[in-house]
Design a protein around this ligand. Structure first.
Ligand code: FAD
Length: 617
């Protein structure tokens, strides 16, 4: 029986686990990452892609704090596309298809080269307890790992059940055992648990797809990277193919619906509404005769293809039939059938803003175990839990993220105050301050915070400080200019001829203005580099809106300062409905702003809470 001693132990080497362990180690905590298989570190259980709308923002924020997901996704990226390119920068989302093997290899390399971080292969079966506090973990081989803080990131493995048609068996995901013993141990904490489900499509043999017949979708000509440290793709870029389901496909699916695990009544968990299975699409959008499918290569040196858009829990023979009814897939061979998985999650309202369980000391949870779906959501929670696990182990102040500063803050606040009714996924519409929370300015928002807490390395610090220096000196030069309305009109802009002068930064705020056009009035700015020009355009475009938004941010911050102590009794407030009392007791908001965001909260109820808080203080 081996014994280890660490500051922080992270359980699970998926997307939450790797970013949690790396963040903790960057903070200087002696960290262990315990996972079932070393070679499964960074495995993408479903689609081989990172980023997208809202999710791309999270990856940029992780990167701004020097986390690993963005860097690794850049190294493994085989096709980069900036989604919503034609819309404003606030809702644009970087996305990249990844080579699965490179992603895994690069992630392992990141973990192995990080100081303070040890990787231990093994199954965690139990916690070491010190009274009501978790004091580390026990492994199946009876090794004991003591740690001041423990981060649990076991994804879909807690009592996971895989479903393919009417076939079902226990599994953490295809090819992996579930974590049953650990789930039983977690039961003993009496945490609020629920059941969720998700699904994945069959994987196809690319050699059996008729690529010549297909419309192709290449990546962008000017690829946008995730990491503020990366300049250009690292490996060969590829196109994916586009095809569609048709009425024959839908007929096959409709005829076999009762054989689908999801429709045959074999699954009770709730699935992701925004990532529906093909059965869901055929039933819910019955009038649509076709659905788009992207055929995404999974690797540069492997023939496996991921057909994005047809996840399923139909039996294998039906999967084969419907796949072969699709244009260019008439001879396609399935390498691995699609399946659905059902698993336990913990109601995230049991967590505080550090992602630490309120009733079990020393234990942090991150990733799909908290009811989220997606690699990016998992990794972002990993960063929060990893930083705080390290902070707690080293007796440092908690590190929390506000809704006003980051999508990370939006997600953690949503989860801990509102809980989930379906797998939680990030969207730009979840962020009320999205004009300032852009993917392009994630470093300006978060790298200074990362530097202050000590999780950002020297290389990034130098790069960031250089960038900020260039930006602010260019902005100062723009703001020092002064042009008459007549000069501005000569640029083709419609401005009031009221005599009010404007500076160069204000001129850049006109949506139709590019830096190059704006500087026609003053050629001395031609020495400003390309990256600084583009960033100034984006910053100027949103400057006026952000000024207005800042008033709302200030109001929210005032409410955040109105702290609600853990001992505060909502039950004792007269006039508050029992339904709201129940919701407040489940979420236990830490301040008035959080209480305001609870579903069904009314101004009258908030006034009652505030009155009682004032009376008690
Ligand atoms: P995971 O990536 O699952 O990692 C869990 C890790 O914990 C693994 O490394 C495992 O080995 C380890 N582990 C588990 N138990 C133990 C133990 N007892 N001891 C030690 N180590 C342990 N997301 C989407 O956005 N869209 C989708 O369409 C989608 N479909 C999915 C379909 C399927 C079938 C699955 C399985 C997942 C799907 N996901 C999808 C979700 C996505 O894969 C997850 O959200 C993401 O991987 C969660 O990351 P995580 O780190 O929380 O967990």
């Amino acid at each position: 029986m081996k014994h280890f001693d660490f500051d922080v132990v992270v359980v699970g080497g998926g997307h939450a686990g790797v970013d949690a362990a790396h963040a903790s180690a960057r903070m200087g905590a002696r960290t262990a990452l315990v996972t079932l298989k070393r070679e499964s570190i960074g495995v993408m259980s479903c689609n081989p892609a990172i980023g997208g709308l809202g999710k791309g923002h999270l990856v940029r924020e992780i990167d701004a704090l020097d986390g690993v997901m963005g860097r690794v996704a850049d190294k493994a990226g085989i096709q980069f596309r900036l989604l919503n390119r034609r819309k404003g920068p606030a809702v644009q989302g970087p996305r990249a298809q990844s080579d699965r093997k490179i992603y895994r290899a690069e992630m392992l390399a990141e973990m192995e080269s990080q100081p303070n971080l040890s990787i231990i292969e093994g199954e965690v079966t139990d916690f070491i307890m010190d009274g009501a506090r978790v004091d580390g973990v026990l492994l199946a081989d009876e090794s004991a790992i003591r740690a001041k803080s423990t981060v649990l990131t076991t994804g879909t493995f807690l009592r996971g059940v895989i479903h393919i048609g009417d076939l079902s068996y226990s599994g953490g995901r295809m090819g992996d055992k579930p974590s049953v013993r650990l789930a039983e141990r977690i039961d003993s904490f009496g945490l609020p648990l629920g059941r969720l489900k998700t699904g994945t499509p069959p994987r196809l043999d690319g050699r059996t797809i008729d690529w010549d017949k297909l419309e192709k979708q290449p990546g962008d000509d000017d690829p946008v990277m995730f990491s503020f440290m990366s300049k250009a793709p690292f490996v060969r870029q590829v196109s994916c193919g586009i095809t569609h389901t048709n009425e024959k496909t839908h007929d096959i699916i409709r005829k076999n619906l009762e054989r689908s695990a999801m429709y045959g009544g074999h699954i009770e968990g709730v699935g992701p509404r925004y990532c529906p299975s093909i059965e869901d699409k055929v039933v819910r959008f019955a009038d649509k005769t076709s659905h788009q499918i992207f055929l995404e290569p999974e690797s540069l040196d492997d023939h496996t293809v991921y057909p994005n858009g047809i996840s399923t829990s139909l039996p294998e023979d039906v999967q084969s039939d419907y796949v072969r009814s699709i244009y260019a897939l008439e001879n396609a061979v399935i390498l691995q059938p699609g399946y659905a998985i059902e698993y336990d999650y913990v109601d995230p309202r049991a967590l505080d803003l550090r992602l630490s369980l309120r009733d079990v000391g020393g234990l942090f949870l991150a990733g799909q175990i908290n009811g989220t779906t997606g690699y990016e959501e998992a990794a972002a929670q990993g960063v929060v839990a990893g930083l705080n696990a390290a902070a707690e182990a080293m007796d440092r102040d908690p590190i929390t993220f506000s809704r006003a500063e980051s999508y990370i803050g939006v997600m953690v606040d949503d989860l801990t105050t509102r809980g989930v009714t379906e797998p939680y996924r990030m969207f730009t519409s979840r962020a009320e301050f999205r004009l300032s929370l852009r993917a392009d300015n994630a470093d300006q928002r978060l790298t200074p915070k990362g530097l202050a807490i000590g999780c950002v390395g020297e290389g990034r610090r130098r790069l960031f400080e250089g960038k900020i220096e260039r930006l602010s000196s260019a902005r100062t030069r723009l703001e020092a200019q002064s042009f008459t309305p007549r000069q501005i009109a000569e640029l083709g802009l419609k401005v009031n001829q009221d005599g009010a002068r404007r500076n160069g930064f204000e001129i850049l705020a006109f949506p139709e203005m590019s830096f190059e056009q704006a500087t026609r009035l003053d050629g001395t700015l031609s020495d400003i580099d390309e990256e600084t020009r583009r960033q100034l355009e984006r910053d100027a475009l949103y400057a006026n809106y952000i000024e207005r938004q800042n008033r709302d941010v200030a109001a929210m911050k005032r409410d955040e300062q109105q702290v609600i102590p853990q001992s505060f009794s909502f039950d004792a407030i007269e006039g508050l409905s029992n339904e709201l009392k129940g919701k407040l007791n489940a979420a236990r908001p830490g301040n008035l702003a959080q209480a305001a965001r609870i579903d069904g909260m009314t101004p009258a109820a908030l006034t009652l809470i505030l009155a009682r808080l004032r009376r008690e203080s």
